[in-house]
Design a protein around this ligand. Structure first.
Ligand SMILES: Cc1ncc(COP(=O)(O)O)c(C=O)c1O
Length: 398
């Protein structure tokens, strides 16, 4: 039985043993609570405004011009070329479009990667807290997720102990799974940390799977793909998605980049999951990836401002705020305002108390005793919504 927690991890009679305990995702539950109580939803990670109109127009044009049948299995060449060009433009990495696979969101890229690469009993090492699909994807592959905890440190950052990370590697370890910028903590792994992780992968001959869906949401400095570190291109599966970068989370166009033999394995799994992905959205995402620097810089600046706007209210409300270095999430410690409560109880009562929905970070931990006083707020919302939510929180707790 899986030990991946959610709010409803009740035993389900028809669910196989691999997926027992995964229940309904926390996001669906908290969004349902938001709808029921009419509270402001800062729980689930989606923007409340759509991305650029020219990307929408490109999708409409594709729909109207008959791009509605199965696209090529690996993705259209135009999109794969645009993804390769994006890696060159932002990171100076030469990528062959034949080393790119278009998927149904990063979620499918992650799941197909696990299904393709893991044998039953293999282990995948990642950092806790973890994005909730990791545990399920690894479980579906019959493998086991091991975790090393990112600990809140004195400087308000989350950090990991390298010795513990090394100790988490066993003869069964098939891959390390890294998410940077990291959901839910907002941590951006430093060059030094990336170097240490890459070094372990090289020494232990491990694959590194990186989830970089928040790559354009780094608030100081810029994102650094691990595949760009020396000797890492050949042992890294780089995963990202258009959903976050262009604010079209419902379109579910993602991708994986890997060396040909690894990508071929992933493509085999993807082929029997969805076969192909969203024909009319592929030309639209191609348009998005080719937008000028203004778009990308604007996105980062806008989110930095929103982070600071919500962060100010959270601080004035008395929470201990971990200012995120990336992503569109802010984690707070509720202890100063609700010492008697844990995150789950706090979040269940928050809609009634303050008219706001947030997510308990506890559910992102394999060991539920960790992170019990941490709560995550999503700030990719219109400013007036953030201000209203902030005012409500300050009036309740400040
Ligand atoms: C860390 C992380 N990885 C992957 C995903 C899923 O991406 P997609 O919607 O492209 O499947 C999310 C979405 O919230 C995420 O936060």
């Amino acid at each position: 039985m899986s030990d991946q927690p959610t709010l409803t991890s009740k035993r389900q009679p028809h669910l196989n043993s691999r997926l027992q305990g995964f229940g309904t995702t926390i996001f669906a539950e908290m969004s349902a609570l938001a709808a029921k109580t009419n509270a402001i939803n800062l729980g689930q990670g989606f923007p409340d405004t759509d991305g650029p109109m020219e990307i929408i127009e490109a999708a409409v044009e594709a729909l109207r011009s008959g791009q509605n049948q199965y696209p090529p299995g690996p993705g259209t060449l135009e999109l794969r070329q645009a993804i390769a060009d994006h890696q060159e433009r932002f990171y100076g990495m030469a990528v062959d479009p034949d080393h790119v696979l278009v998927t149904t969101g990063a979620t499918e890229a992650l799941t197909a990667t696990m299904l393709a690469l893991c044998e039953t009993g293999d282990e995948v090492l990642t950092f806790d807290p973890t994005y909730d699909s990791y545990g399920a994807a690894v479980a579906m592959a019959g493998a086991r997720l091991r975790t090393v905890t990112l600990e809140p440190s004195a400087g308000g950052r989350f950090a990991f102990d390298y010795e513990r990370f090394e100790a988490g590697i066993s003869p069964k370890t098939r891959a390390v799974l890294l998410n940077t910028p990291h959901n839910p903590t907002g941590k951006v792994f430093t060059d030094e940390e990336l170097g240490l992780i890459a070094d372990s992968c090289r020494r232990h001959d491990l694959l590194l799977i990186t989830d970089e869906v928040y790559e354009h949401m780094v608030f100081s400095g810029s994102h650094r793909p691990v595949a760009g570190l020396e000797g890492m291109a050949d042992r890294t599966v780089t995963i990202s998605s258009a959903g976050k970068t262009f604010s079209f989370t419902g379109w579910k166009i993602g991708w994986a980049i890997a060396r040909p033999d690894v990508l071929s394995a992933i493509r085999t799994a993807k082929q029997f999951l969805t076969f192909v992905s969203g024909a009319p959205f592929q030309p639209a995402v191609t348009t998005g990836l080719r937008l000028g620097d203004d778009y990308y810089n604007g996105l980062t600046q806008q989110l930095r401002d929103k982070r600071d706007l919500l962060g100010g209210y959270l601080e004035q409300s008395g929470f201990n705020v971990f200012t995120p270095e990336g992503t569109y999430f802010t984690v707070v410690d509720i202890d100063p305002v609700a010492p008697e409560s844990d995150g789950v109880a706090f979040c269940l009562s928050l809609p009634e108390r303050a008219g706001v929905v947030a997510v308990p970070a506890q559910v992102f931990y394999k060991d539920q005793s960790e992170g019990s006083s941490l709560v995550r707020f999503c700030f990719t919302k219109r400013d007036e919504i953030l201000i209203e939510a902030g005012e409500r929180l300050r009036a309740t707790f400040g």
